[in-house]
Design a protein around this ligand. Structure first.
Ligand code: HEC
Ligand code: HEC
Ligand code: HEC
Ligand code: HEC
Ligand code: HEC
Ligand code: HEC
Ligand code: HEC
Ligand code: HEC
Ligand code: HEC
Length: 346
């Protein structure tokens, strides 16, 4: 490293860190940290490469506008202050705290997440900002959108592989379709909640409904928007909504995902689909053990009764629509007539 670098460092140290020109600070730091052989052996025995790639950093979202010192406060001293981290993991967990100075919202959102809970349990596999975004070579996180499932897939490889085979995942991969959900549309990116327990799971039909009940969106794919509406009015959906209001995260009923799958949702007509005609009775049997092959016939599925589908049910509905107003109307008329007679005959 050059003597000039040391002089610059001394000059930097003499003033408040923020006062330095970012470009100067970056050049000073890189005068040593571009050296590909610079590394450090941590107390754990792991080596930490100290090389920072100029190109990656300068073209990152921080683009050289944020200087090294914005994240590495105090590092303008040389020799640098003694490092307290004993392992690479400890170093990362200590370093990521720097992000919160400028991205406080994202930081506070992560604090309530299932990931933060795992991190505080001491789970060394739980992600910090750096595991998902990187440190120096940070790119716009949602571009292209298919990158998101790769980011999560670093640790949730099984889920990510299932997702890739689903109707949603295939539309994303084959047509870069931005209407289908990626991991973060269902789970959020920062405030990720526990997915298998708690109220989140029982609320999931609303999540599906936010797209599958959207007429403009579903029209593009020729899919029925009745799926959400009919679900809410049939026994399974009604029971599930009641359970969701109790808030203990348990439901005694079938959610969308019990019939369609979660990450591996196939097309409803696909051969693999649990809701495909030939597989349907088996799907019901997971909860209705005695169900016969014709059991699903007694159920309206997502059909709204009409003269072509379930005409009997539709007829009964019509009878109610006509009869009930007729009876109540007649009753009111009768009362009014009585009142009229009383008033007139007085
Ligand atoms: C004169 C060469 C030199 C310069 C200039 C320099 N460093 Fe270092 N840096 C090192 C060396 C050598 C290490 C290895 C650990 C040590 O000796 O402290 C290191 C380690 C580090 C580490 C690893 C963690 C740690 O705490 O040790 C970080 C982060 C770091 N430097 C950041 C910076 C930043 C930011 C700047 C610019 C403000 C900078 N360095 C300027 C030589 C330099
Ligand atoms: C946006 C914040 C940020 C900026 C700006 C930044 N760093 Fe870092 N740096 C980090 C984080 C976070 C880590 C920990 C990375 C990890 O654990 O993988 C780190 C790690 C390091 C390390 C240890 C080796 C490594 O890559 O893990 C060195 C050396 C380092 N930075 C130097 C620099 C230099 C030199 C600059 C300026 C050219 C700079 N940093 C700019 C956040 C930043
Ligand atoms: C000194 C302030 C500062 C620090 C510290 C900082 N950032 Fe940033 N970050 C910014 C600014 C400013 C932008 C650019 C915003 C823009 O272009 O709209 C940005 C952009 C980003 C983006 C892209 C946002 C987008 O909408 O595409 C990500 C991701 C990001 N930062 C992550 C991090 C992470 C992770 C850390 C910690 C390792 C960190 N930042 C530390 C100031 C900072
Ligand atoms: C589990 C992975 C993960 C973790 C941990 C994570 N992020 Fe993100 N972050 C993402 C993804 C994915 C996106 C893109 C979201 C999208 O487009 O749907 C994103 C988006 C962002 C953005 C740009 C959009 C916005 O919401 O402002 C910033 C800035 C950001 N993250 C900063 C951070 C910071 C700072 C931390 C740590 C406190 C952090 N992230 C932790 C995955 C993560
Ligand atoms: C660095 C590894 C890592 C990355 C990257 C990561 N996760 Fe996680 N995730 C974990 C760990 C560890 C847990 C805690 C596992 C546990 O509690 O059993 C977890 C838990 C979860 C949970 C709760 C699981 C449950 O059983 O309730 C969800 C949901 C989740 N992650 C979604 C995501 C999404 C979405 C992304 C991408 C934006 C992502 N994760 C990125 C490691 C990661
Ligand atoms: C269409 C919405 C949706 C999408 C897209 C989605 N998930 Fe999930 N995810 C769910 C639901 C609902 C559950 C709860 C499953 C249950 O009922 O047990 C869940 C459960 C999980 C769990 C915990 C249980 C398990 O299977 O391990 C993890 C981890 C997870 N998701 C990660 C991801 C990742 C990573 C992606 C992207 C590759 C993703 N999810 C995409 C809706 C979704
Ligand atoms: C972000 C919006 C969005 C969310 C959330 C969403 N979907 Fe989808 N889904 C779509 C779109 C768009 C398609 C059509 C994709 C295509 O045809 O290429 C689709 C396709 C499907 C299909 C295949 C239909 C067929 O037979 O062609 C099923 C089944 C499905 N979704 C079920 C679900 C379930 C269950 C959930 C909740 C766990 C859910 N979706 C959440 C947007 C969404
Ligand atoms: C008890 C099982 C069951 C539940 C619960 C269920 N579905 Fe279905 N779903 C089916 C069956 C069976 C079919 C295909 C047969 C048909 O067309 O009636 C289907 C078809 C679909 C289709 C394809 C529609 C089309 O136009 O081709 C979508 C999308 C869908 N369901 C979404 C959902 C959503 C969203 C939920 C929750 C709000 C849900 N389903 C709840 C069994 C179920
Ligand atoms: C995840 C479990 C689960 C699955 C899968 C499931 N059901 Fe149910 N179903 C229930 C529960 C629990 C009840 C009783 C509580 C209620 O009314 O929601 C019920 C109630 C019913 C009822 C009302 C009459 C009765 O027996 O109480 C019918 C009819 C029915 N289901 C049909 C079906 C059909 C057809 C399928 C397959 C397409 C199916 N169910 C799949 C859990 C499930």
């Amino acid at each position: 490293m050059g003597a000039a670098a040391l002089i610059l460092l001394a000059a930097l140290a003499a003033q408040a860190p923020a006062a330095g020109d970012p470009a100067d600070i970056i050049e000073t730091c890189l005068s040593c940290h571009e050296d590909p052989s610079l590394e450090l052996t941590l107390p754990s025995g792991e080596t930490l490469s100290l090389t920072v790639a100029r190109e990656g950093f300068m073209t990152s979202v921080h683009g050289g506008r944020q200087s090294c010192l914005d994240c590495h406060t105090g590092m303008d001293e040389f020799p640098h202050p003694a490092l307290s981290a004993r392992t690479r993991r400890e170093f990362r967990v200590a370093s990521y705290e720097a992000c919160k100075q400028c991205h406080f919202n994202n930081y506070t959102r992560t604090l309530d997440s299932a990931h933060a809970a795992a991190l505080s349990r001491g789970d060394v596999n739980a992600p910090t900002c750096v595991d998902c975004h990187g440190s120096h070579d940070i790119r716009p996180p949602g571009e292209p959108r298919s990158r998101i499932s790769l980011t999560c897939g670093q640790c949730h490889a099984g889920v990510s592989a299932q997702y890739a085979t689903s109707a949603h995942g295939q539309a994303l991969a084959d047509h870069a379709n931005t209407d289908v959900p990626v991991c973060t549309d269902c789970h959020e990116s920062h405030a990720i909640e526990g997915a298998t327990s708690g109220n989140w799971r029982t609320r999931s039909p609303d999540l599906c409904g936010s797209c599958h009940g959207d007429a403009a969106l579903m029209e593009k794919y020729g899919l029925s928007t009745a799926v959400h509406r009919t679900y809410l009015t049939e026994f399974h959906g009604m029971t599930a909504s009641l359970d969701a209001t109790k808030g203990d995260g348990r439901t005694m009923s079938a959610l969308c995902t019990d019939c369609h799958g979660v990450h591996d949702i196939p097309r409803a007509s696909g051969e693999q689909a649990a809701v495909m005609r030939a597989n349907l009775a088996n799907t019901c049997r997971s909860c209705h053990p005695g169900a016969t092959d014709s059991f699903p016939d007694a159920w309206l599925s997502h059909w709204e009764p009409s003269w072509t589908h379930a005409p009997l049910v539709y007829a009964v509905q019509w009878v109610y629509w006509v009869l009930i107003p007729f009876i109540i109307g007649g009753l009111l008329l009768q009362i009014l007539l009585h009142v009229w007679r009383v008033v007139v005959n007085r």
